[in-house]
Design a protein around this ligand. Structure first.
Ligand code: AHR
Length: 307
């Protein structure tokens, strides 16, 4: 069905949402956008915060199945280990929509996946660095996301692809910062120490903005200038990274929309009310932002949207 208004046919439906947790500003934005959209549409959203644990997500899904919800949304913390519980949802004829992260499981176990092309995000970041540093030698330190999560795996791969043509750019250190600001800072402090204070580091590539913001603090504490002594490139495009761009402390970010729920609710409306099967992968945009793109305006716009 194509509703006259977006997803209006979901009013009164009960939808379970298993969220990863609140590790980043982006995650908080996704949660608030999803709740707001559900309220606007009259969806009875059952929200479960897994506090970064897959076992909590599996438990939440089993609870939703036992309640007989109309559909399930899940942002899967890691990519493996989902087959059993998704088979249970399938047997109960409850459609599951994956939000923002992918999984290694047969595609018939979920209705659709709403996510970005995470390899592309990394590639866009890497290509930005190649065009920014030109021929000069550039040693990069990398802050990876949560181990075993699809964005950490794919953004690493994409960045490596993006810099592959530039023999002057190399990744000299790479470690997980778990997508959090505090771990991003802690790991960056370790990188700076291990690299004799950091003077030889040309750039930090962080798999999300929160880790970049933590790294920026560590760079400043080490007496260096983020944004000039050490370039900072990351992914998400949350307000705080635009604030850092306004201060000259961040150089580029790749946008990940927190509005995964919009396409997910539209797909569920069409499926539940008209049996229309959506495309298996609904891919969101990956736009690059730099200080040339009115960072103050982007900051204000996102704050205005409640991010
Ligand atoms: O899965 C999306 C990633 O998860 C976001 O880039 C990051 O901020 C979040 O924690």
């Amino acid at each position: 069905m194509s509703s006259t208004a977006y997803a209006e046919g979901l009013a009164g439906k009960v939808i379970g949402f298993s969220q990863i947790g609140s590790e980043s500003g982006w995650r908080a934005a996704e949660t608030s956008v999803t709740k707001a959209e559900a309220e606007r549409l009259g969806v009875d959203l059952k929200f479960a915060d897994a506090q970064q644990k897959q076992e909590n997500q599996i438990k939440a899904l089993r609870g939703f199945i036992a309640q007989g919800v109309d559909a399930i949304l899940i942002a899967p913390v890691v990519s493996t280990g989902w087959e059993e519980v998704l088979t249970e949802a399938k047997d109960a004829e409850i459609p599951v929509v994956l939000l923002d992260r992918g999984i290694d499981a047969p595609e018939d176990l979920y209705l659709t996946s709403v996510a970005s092309d995470q390899v592309k995000e990394g590639r866009v970041a890497g290509e930005w660095l190649v065009s920014t540093v030109g021929d000069r030698e550039c040693k990069v330190v990398e802050l990876q996301g949560t181990v075993g999560s699809s964005p950490a795996i794919n953004r690493k791969q994409g960045f490596e692809e993006g810099i592959a043509s530039a023999s002057n750019i190399s990744i000299i250190r790479s470690q997980t910062g778990d997508f959090t600001r505090s771990k991003g800072k802690e790991v960056m402090e370790g990188f700076l120490k291990a690299e004799g204070g950091g003077a030889g580091i040309c750039a930090v590539y962080a798999h999300n903005d929160d880790m970049a913001v933590g790294a920026i603090q560590a760079i400043k504490d080490a007496g260096l200038k983020p944004g000039s002594d050490i370039l900072v490139v990351s992914i998400d495009a949350v307000p705080d990274i635009f604030a850092a761009m306004v201060s000259g402390e961040a150089n580029a970010t790749v946008e990940l929309t927190p509005n995964m729920a919009g396409p997910a609710f539209a797909a569920l409306d069409a499926y539940l009310n008209a049996g229309t099967v959506p495309e298996k992968f609904i891919i969101t945009e990956s736009k690059l932002y730099t200080p040339a793109d009115d960072p103050q305006g982007e900051y204000d716009r996102r704050k205005g949207l409640g991010y």
